[in-house]
Design a protein around this ligand. Sequence first.
Ligand SMILES: *Cc1c(COP(=O)(O)O)cnc(C)c1O
Length: 495
Amino acid sequence: MREIIYKSTRGESKEILSAEAIVAGIAGDGGLYVPHAFPRLEVTRELAALTYQELAARILRLYFTDFQAEEISAAVAKAYDRKFDHQDIAPLKTYNGIHFLELFHGPTLAFKDMALAILPHLLKAALKKTGKEREAVILTATSGDTGKAALEGFAGVEGTKIIVFFPEHGVSRVQKRQMVTQWGDNTYVIGIEGNFDDAQRGVKAMFTDEALRRALEAKGYVFSSANSINIGRLIPQIVYYYWAYLQLLGRGEIACGENVNIAVPTGNFGNILAAYYALQMGLPVNRLLCASNSNKVLFDFFATGIYDSNREFYVTMSPSMDILISSNLERLLYHACGEDTRQVKEWMAALQNRGHYRVTREVRENMRVFAGGYAGEEETSATIRNLFAETGYLIDPHTAVAYAVLQKYRRETKDGTPTVVAATASPYKFPGDVLGSIDPGYREKDEFTLFAKMGELLGEEIPKAVQSLQTRPVRHKTVCRKDDMRRVVENILQI
Ligand SMILES: *Cc1c(COP(=O)(O)O)cnc(C)c1O
């Protein structure tokens, strides 16, 4: 098997193996780690017989070539176990002839669990491998969802601690409850009197504080992050695109080698980039539909070749896509411009300094497998309402954006290629907006009332993760001023 080496998209960091890249997260030059080549994996009927876990191990081994096969299998087994409430891990459901890949059966009911369930185990093995047998301290600021997914991923993982700061008054009631009831002796959840930006700034300041870093090292700790640019989060996301394809093959919905389209509700560009990586490995893909909400910076980029973050920011009912700077796009640019790191650096500098950059016609040509689309709030609501009326299937607002974009794409292009939609969150995660789309009367209701209502409408038991929210004890009660974040961390780690 060929060894895969990781390089920075900006070309000024040394080339390393995957364990080191997972520990580092971001490259020293500010770039993102990318594999020097794409391993191949042809779709076959044999592959279609694998379980999700077997397929995951197969794919991760191709990328993390410095790991032992047993290390990978062990990480996979710990990640994709009973904490997912479906034995397929990512079941594929078909409604109106469209295949919904449900990525929300993990503990936090959203797709970030797919990667954050395994990252802690990869990180732990990577630390050992790189000779840094230190305890990893994960520091995160969250506006809600990512922090909870990271907490669930790291809870109880030996050799790690996770400290999450959230804006005390800047998350929903359900999100707050999810976090303050977090289990695990190695988890710490702290509300701050400030907004998300304050929390983010405080965490960044700690990451770059040399004195603090030295104090940590003296105590046997190392700071690490769990954010979405870590290659240890990106690669596990490739798995479910193969999985979806192989399910379709196994069910006789497609022939071996037949192309599919994939529609992805996109924010930071991590999820859809994983689909692009799958395509580079040999997954038969015709188009990748990049779906945005009203924050349609990516739609404009694919339409014009100009990335322009200088624009109005909209708060929508698909908050995980309310993003104007999609960090993982840097990786696509790197691959599409012939790995010209000088060029990538220039674009990223322009983005930072002026808020915009323009790519050449050739680069656009190399990205033509992507089709952009967007859906506004009204369209998103109507999509939820109509699909439910037609099929009884309820989708969350993020998934609805992708489905709305897909319908428009199909009308405009007449492209009837079999299509997989990445369903990124459970409707239970956004009960007010989902039920409110069906009947505006629900918008005013308490979220806990709505969970029950949703279960009733769907004729099913509500997910365990939701059921236990009301009864689980509050374990985390610390609230601090935004200037005290560092002191809180020092207290926790006793440094
Ligand atoms: C994070 C998230 C997205 C966006 O995914 P990216 O990888 O950031 O593009 C979409 N939907 C949900 C529910 C999410 O949590």
